[in-house]
Design a protein. Structure first.
Length: 564
């Protein structure tokens, strides 16, 4: 005792502000209480944050993964790990009711809370873990905002369930509800599908939003190569955690920061991977927000440009046949990126968190073709899964995901207008949606809902009723990554901002032309303007609490629904 130099400073470490010098003796007292010893004050402090908890299987074993990372950092002896928690909202449990208003809002809360802790305590480096949908972009936004050496680790996909000899996911449960309502399956079959769909820990199994954003993080270079596709319960995941622990110390020592990695080239690589894998439309929303935090200019036109030249080569649910675990066995994201690199479709010179470029990371990665991952010369679809539509119904853009098996490229039909998702769902349950209809769900945008809720309950029920090929749905809200069919979201401007979607009336002819990228109300533009001028001023649904704040701060979906 008494040998510790209380006057010692650590000028090369950001954490000097909480541990260096006589004046920080009280701070060191707190740090000693959480486990730091005399020799640990010499080391950089690495913060590790996760949304571990029991509210969703997506995050169920993140506490174990965090423990592995801490264990390895301590074993190395070159840094000191400190853990903290962040919130999470389960999109699956919030789906289909007013709770979904909080889902997208939680992305901002996650980013803000991580920024708050990292900057209040001046930690030197950071490892962020995430599982459920908004935890991934929320962590990435904070990583870029704070800009200290960081790595993101995805908690992993769930293993597929099994029913009647086929793999099933949560998508099948939502669609089974529609099948049951249409008397296509029995109550017992619905129960069996519900009972078997989610066998344990991990995020939803198809190329839905969580898995899409995990692929995005790896393609951006902020996650370790190959880490995105490991199932949450895979025994190998322990060693992925150890790799993260070793790499974050190396990344810190090399001084590599997130904004060195997440450049325009990196973001274009991520968009290419989304297109090649048929990823969720939510990736558009989240990448726009991530780009803003990185100081990179990104617009909807960038998604359109890249998606047109990158083919859909991964046959993944919801539009395809396979799940993330199948992609893992088929080479994971490195295989996708190596194929794209070999065809000149991504930037090989983009820096990654390993300190190497994309091309250097992929040097020894073999290309594997299979039923899951096709050749660029034999794609599921010659261009990517993301289409940006514009027209008199969406002057600032709308977003659609096309699966490789979608035959219909054009639809024109009468509008059937609903003022909310719940109003529409009642109509779906009552079998009021007919072939040819264009379902319009408005007042579900970032401000109008608020929170831009996902529509999986409605879209899955329509699939279950067998209407998927015969109708279209257009909304200023958004869709789950498990949505399929001619479903168009993110319509901007939204109804709350008096966008044209607010002026649509029942029976108005709506034109959707995918090849021309057009979304129109087929009435004179003067009539649209007259209707908009007659609209009353919107009244916010909430004036207090987090949703009241959000309405005042949130921007258009065409800008990523960022808050400022």
């Amino acid at each position: 005792m008494g040998k510790f130099d209380v006057k010692r400073y650590y000028p090369d470490q950001r954490s000097n502000r909480i541990k260096g010098g006589v004046e920080r003796a009280p701070h060191r007292a707190f740090l000693r209480a959480v486990g730091m010893k005399d020799e640990d004050f010499e080391k950089p402090i690495i913060a590790i944050a996760s949304p571990a908890g029991e509210i969703t299987p997506c995050n169920l074993n993140l506490n174990l993964q965090t423990a592995y990372i801490k264990e390895e950092i301590k074993r190395q002896g070159r840094a000191f790990p400190i853990e903290f928690s962040v919130i999470s909202v389960s999109d699956g449990i919030a789906m289909g009711h007013e709770g979904m208003r909080y889902s997208l809002v939680s992305r901002e809360l996650i980013a803000d809370s991580i920024e708050t802790v990292l900057n209040a305590h001046f930690y030197d480096a950071f490892v962020g873990l995430g599982g459920c949908d908004k935890t991934i972009p929320g962590a990435l936004m904070a990583i870029l905002r704070v800009n200290i050496p960081s790595i993101f680790l995805y908690g992993g996909t769930i293993m597929p369930g099994e029913y009647n000899g086929r793999a099933i996911t949560i998508q099948d449960v939502y669609e089974a509800v529609g099948q049951y309502q249409a008397d296509k399956i029995s109550e017992e079959e619905l129960y069996q599908i519900e009972f078997r769909a989610c066998p344990g820990a991990g995020a939803c199994g198809g190329q839905y939003t969580a898995n899409t954003m995990a692929c995005v993080a790896e393609a951006l270079g902020i996650s370790l190569p190959g880490s995105a596709s490991y199932p949450a319960v895979d025994p190998e995941r322990k060693y992925v955690c150890y790799d993260v622990a070793r790499q974050i110390v190396e990344t810190y020592q090399k001084g590599i920061k997130p904004r060195d990695i997440v450049t325009k080239k990196a973001i274009e690589n991520a968009i290419a991977v989304v297109a090649a894998t048929g990823g969720s439309t939510n990736a558009v929303l989240h990448l726009l927000a991530i780009a803003r935090e990185a100081g990179v200019e990104l617009t909807l036109d960038d998604f359109s440009r890249i998606s047109k030249r990158v083919p859909l080569i991964a046959d993944l649910k919801p539009g395809g046949r396979f799940v993330m675990y199948d992609l893992h066995k088929a080479g994971g994201v490195p295989n996708i990126m190596k194929i794209l690199l070999s065809e000149g479709l991504i930037h090989g010179d983009a820096l990654t968190v390993t300190g190497k470029t994309v091309e250097e990371n992929l040097k020894d990665t073999p290309i594997i073709y299979s039923d899951v991952v096709r050749r660029v010369s034999d794609p599921l679809k010659k261009d990517g899964g993301i289409v940006i539509l514009r027209g008199t119904l969406a002057p600032d853009g709308a977003v659609m995901k096309i699966s490789g098996i979608m035959a219909k490229k054009k639809h024109i039909g009468p509008a059937k207008v609903f003022e909310s998702e719940q109003e529409c769902f009642v109509a779906v349950q009552q079998r009021k949606i007919k072939p040819g209809d264009v379902v319009i769900i408005r007042n579900e945008g970032p401000k109008g809902a608020p929170g831009m809720p996902e529509m999986l309950q409605v879209t899955a029920a329509l699939v279950g009723q067998g209407l998927i090929e015969d109708i279209a749905l257009v909304t200023d809200g958004r869709f789950s990554g498990a949505t399929r069919g001619m479903m168009i979201g993110h319509v901007s401007p939204e109804a709350y901002d008096k966008g044209p979607i607010a002026a649509v009336k029942d029976g108005d002819p709506i034109l959707i032309d995918i090849e021309r990228e057009v979304l129109n109300i087929e009435i004179p533009e003067d009539e649209i303007k007259r209707r908009i001028m007659k609209l009353p001023e919107p009244k916010p649904k909430f004036t207090s609490g987090i949703l009241g704040k959000y309405i005042k701060m949130v921007q258009s979906a065409s800008k990523g629904a960022i808050t400022q």
